[in-house]
Design a protein. Sequence first.
Length: 85
Amino acid sequence: MKNNICISPVDNEMASWGKAVWLLNEYRGLGFKTRQSFIRIISEKLPKYNDVDSWNQLGNFWLGRVKDDSVNRDVETVLEQLKSE
């Protein structure tokens, strides 16, 4: 499936959501099809996400409920690690 979607974010919040959607798409492309598998790999690679509150934060990220750009940056860091392995 090759559908391209291009948006021009009208503000920083929309830019964060757009980045989050792109990141999630990349993870799904690597085979992380469930929220559980996504949370597991992030918490394994970044120990600061290894508690219940952080798992909830990552679960919200998976569902498109981005709270701040720091989660985007952390998720992108792990993505880069995975792609280089």
